[in-house]
Design a protein around this ligand. Structure first.
Ligand code: FHN
Length: 608
């Protein structure tokens, strides 16, 4: 029998969940958070967020910014079916929602949840050995089940044969091991009768009266009070499930304030608010709230610029919750390079594990954590407490992080692709290198460096390359002086779903083949232009089309006053298109696509 204090039963229509759409939403958040923070700071009249000075905020965020690497743990009743129901094996933590199984059916998993092999210290030690600085554990996911002992409901751990409190044990182990304990708490609750969008298959709530969201919010706050007053310091709350209509920006601001009132130093992600749904980032939204943005399963192409806090969360395989059939594991190399990529763009990496219902982290996850730990053992200095790369353009051979102190800058060059000739070019670096060495080399044997026209050339030691990534340290007096390539003002006639922060024209001129400009799918005609700000003589162009063959007919043009003049036309492009032509002098040049089979998308355009 389900007991909810202060609850009534009722029945509401079903709300179709568009999970994959949610993932697309997530990227939007980052911009929301950034602007929100800026907005909230200034818009005292609309949102009464707990006021703090920029210095106070920096102090509150410091541990998290320096941490760079966190462990996400999706653990709950959904680990019992382990992804399987009625012969289908691809479910995860959304099994209740995706199967529409009666909630009374789902409740039976509580009786089968008895993780006797759970050992919080083992989990935390595996995380610490991997170089993780904070752990975010699901105190409650969308199924509403509390992975802690609550006085407000018995739809929690006390309903199971496992008469212990996993969160209490994890909080204690984190404290003992020097890891910051954090919680993930879902706003949406498929089980609670007062959550505004009650599911038709919530037969347990069927007898309750109509949902009462104010009463639900009181319950939600009650749970958070238990969590934020009984488990010691909590580093951050990772809210989620904010996208459904019962949740509002006002409720987000109110909850943000409430949580900060319980632990003033706590950090709260931006999903406490209600980022307006747009496919990906690129929207400054009013009323948004939260301390940092949360791209999901993706790493932003170029980060979000200085002063923008964000954290990319990602699965190790294809599921957040435990799925016994899912063996599609990312390699340790991919996971470490993702961590480096996030750090090089000024963001954090929150890597997920989905433990079993016995209380074990899958071996494949432990193996990867251990491999990451081996790399972090040697290279952690190039991740923790670093800031984003000073190089505006993507480095062909890898990434860069830096540490700036009063009189010196350390550039950490993360070499993914070892130069065949042993000479690594650091493009655009003008500074004189005081000292260069391999981070893995305790003797810090000096590497020869030379300032050349294109930048600094570092002579690497033969066979020093490491499979995952090799860190070369350059010590420079003061700040690094880097010749920034001429700033190109990019523009285009169309950008995919107005997603400028993901597919804007600037990405075709950033020197990064992993980013691209894209037009909407249905676009058959489009142009993309580059304004060099001053007259430039060009004699050729290299164009890398992302999906070769879409462009069927194009012109190359320059602007003469208000008129675009065509100086070359052709049919198709491809991934490595290059053409030279007699010199053309102008400030602005454009690729004008006259016909395309589908939305044209270009990785790089280099006018030379
Ligand atoms: O629906 C959840 C999902 O189950 C998982 O928790 C991820 C983790 O960031 N967040 C939501 C999807 O955006």
């Amino acid at each position: 029998m389900t007991i909810f204090i202060k609850q009534r039963r009722n029945f509401y229509g079903f709300y179709a969940s568009l999970r994959f759409m949610i993932a697309l939403v997530v990227c939007a958040d980052v911009f929301a958070a950034t602007h929100a923070h800026a907005g909230v700071e200034t818009r005292a009249d609309t949102n009464s967020i707990a006021r703090e000075s920029a210095a106070q905020r920096d102090a509150r965020m410091q541990w998290w910014r320096e941490a760079r690497f966190g462990l996400f743990i999706h653990w709950g009743l959904y680990s019992v079916p382990a992804g399987e129901w009625q012969g289908k094996t691809n479910y995860g933590e959304w099994i209740l929602e995706e199967t529409h199984m009666p909630v009374s059916e789902y409740e039976k998993y509580a009786g089968q949840f008895n993780p006797v092999k759970f050992n919080a210290t083992n989990w935390v030690r595996a995380a610490r050995a991997a170089g993780v600085k904070y752990i975010v554990i699901t105190s409650k996911h969308h199924d509403g089940f509390g992975m802690f002992r609550s006085d407000l409901t018995d739809w929690c751990i006390s309903r199971t044969p496992f008469q212990r409190d996993p969160l209490a044990e994890l909080a204690a182990a984190c404290k003992a091991e020097g890891i910051t304990f954090c919680i993930y708490h879902s706003i949406m609750d498929w089980h609670h009768p007062d959550w505004g969008l009650r599911r038709a298959w919530n037969d347990v709530a069927a007898q309750a009266g109509p949902p009462d969201m104010d009463r639900y919010v009181a319950y939600l706050k009650g749970e958070l009070k238990e969590l934020l007053t009984r488990y010691g310091p909590v580093g951050l709350v990772w809210f989620d499930g904010q996208w459904e209509s019962p949740w509002t920006p006002e409720r987000g601001v109110d909850l943000y304030n409430y949580v900060r009132s319980l632990q003033p130093g706590i950090i709260i992600n931006n999903r406490v608010g209600k980022p307006v749904l747009t496919a990906g980032g690129g929207m400054a939204e009013t009323g948004a709230v939260g301390d940092y943005g949360t791209p999901e399963q993706t790493i932003p192409p170029a980060g979000f610029g200085p002063g923008v806090d964000w954290e990319s969360c990602m699965t190790m395989n294809d599921h957040w919750g435990y799925n016994k059939a899912d063996q599609n594991w990312k390699s340790a190399q991919t996971l470490v390079r993702n961590l480096i990529d996030c750090s090089s763009k000024g963001g954090n990496y929150l890597l997920n594990v989905g433990p079993t219902s016995e209380g074990l982290i899958p071996d494949a996850s432990l193996e990867r954590l251990a491999a990451i730990g081996d790399w972090m053992q040697v290279n952690g200095e190039a991740i923790y407490g670093t800031s984003a790369s000073p190089f505006a353009r993507r480095l062909q051979w890898g990434r860069c992080t830096q540490k700036i102190s009063s009189d010196m800058t350390k550039l950490y060059l993360h070499v993914f692709d070892w130069p065949a000739d042993g000479h690594l070019l650091v493009p655009g670096l003008k500074s004189k290198v005081q000292k260069a060495y391999l981070l893995a080399d305790a003797s810090q044997q000096k590497l020869a460096t030379k300032n050349v026209k294109e930048g600094v050339q570092v002579t690497l030691l033969a066979n020093a390359a490491r499979e995952i990534s090799t860190t070369v340290v350059l010590e420079i007096k003061g700040a690094a002086s880097i010749e920034t390539p001429p700033k190109i003002m990019a523009s285009a006639s169309n950008t995919y779903q107005n997603e400028a922060s993901q597919y804007g024209p600037q990405f075709a001129f950033d020197g990064d083949p992993d980013t691209r400009w894209a037009a909407d799918d249905a676009t058959s005609q489009a142009w993309i232009a580059a304004d060099f700000g001053s007259v430039k003589t060009i004699r050729g162009v290299r164009i890398s089309e992302a999906y070769a063959g879409r462009v069927q007919n194009y012109e190359l043009q320059y602007r003469d006053g208000t008129v675009w003049k065509t100086f070359l036309s052709g049919a198709t492009l491809d991934a490595n298109f290059e053409v030279t032509f007699p010199a053309v002098k102008a400030r602005e040049f454009r690729l004008n696509i006259l016909s395309a089979t589908q939305g044209p998308t270009i990785r790089e355009i280099e006018w030379f």
